[in-house]
Design a protein around this ligand. Sequence first.
Ligand code: FAD
Length: 402
Amino acid sequence: MTHVVVVGAGQAGASAVARLRAKGFDGDITLIGEESHPPYQRPPLSKAYLLGELDRDRLYLRPESFYDENNITLKLGAPVSAIDPAAKTVTVGDETLSYDDLVLTTGSHPRRLPASIGGDLDGVLVVRGLANVDAMAPRFVTGSKVLIVGGGYIGLEAAAVAAKRGLDVTLVEMADRILQRVAAPETSAFFRQLHKTNGVDLREGVGLDHLIGENGAVTGAVLSDGTSLDVDFVLVGVGIEPDMRLAEAAGLRIENGIATDAFGRTSDPHIWAAGDCASFPWKDQQLRLESVGNAIDQAECVADNILGAETPYQAKPWFWSDQYDVKLQIAGLSTGYDHVVVRTGDGSVSHWYFDGDTLIAIDAMNDPRAYMVGKRLIDAGKSPDPKVVGDPDTDLKALLKA
Ligand code: FAD
């Protein structure tokens, strides 16, 4: 019987195994995860779950019974320690499992602060998994002082939760502006204002110099401008690294993650990769995306290709972020834009990114209609006239018919 082994029981791993069964694969499937939970969604960890507004069961992507019912062997709390591509086996604890096809969906891990600046002190935390968030929850008490290092989406979402819970929040971003890596100045300005209005002490162009500890626990911080702060705990949101340890040790090609071809195959024809850990050919580079949409679509594409479809992966990037009462929805990739058109509506605003005449991305704040229209246009490779987009009287849906 053919055996597909999937290493990494997260968003991509769960999507791959479900797709294999949905497409009629009747061989053996084993999904192996090092965490002790069945596959769950991470986005609420820095949003509703951290806020205490979502039960843990609602995080699970599928009820645990799904795996049994679909004859999928789920091994949890089981880190895979090695792959032997020549023998086509993986090692889990004392066990050696043979595979016909192996899918790596090992995700990513958050960058940490170096120990030399206090990164190893108690109370210096990251938001990545359920275990991290459950451990930090008791610290979210009114009046507690939190320093958030990094003004990307996770740092900003954590700041919004902390501010809503009545903590005293300082956020430092070393770059000139928050969201600099991923968004236009217009979007940064929108979220800067939102956080300031909600009482966050947001400092841009200021990094962390070092943390101060007493008896092994963080008590203070010195910033790059020399300012000192008292802190009760620190949340670090300075980006992630793809988890490529197994792939590297197995000698697979690495380029901005585990390098795959257009079909999701790595440099070994029986090993595939998808999700945060995997890069794929895009324009003239190996692109890696860090989003739920990519994890699902890429994993499903890999599952189809294991079954012989030979379908190239066509990324249709989308993302979202919730902060206070604002829902941000993003479609496309803004890299390479040369101008942004701002469209304002009733309590909503959207930023449309153009490269010349080509629409490449949209950020929609509380504007699901602009998001939906922008996404459909981008996916279809259509570009509306920027002047028409910016005119608040334009009926957006009409753009789809043009
Ligand atoms: P993961 O979901 O991280 O799963 C990888 C799994 O592999 C992990 O459980 C890991 O423990 C396991 N693993 C690794 N190595 C091994 C091994 N050797 N053996 C066994 N198991 C192993 N995306 C959005 O689109 N929108 C959002 O709003 C959003 N918010 C986010 C908020 C937070 C706090 C975080 C952390 C992420 C957020 N993301 C968001 C990103 C999104 O969650 C990830 O892109 C997505 O989870 C990637 O899926 P994945 O399957 O590649 O990795």
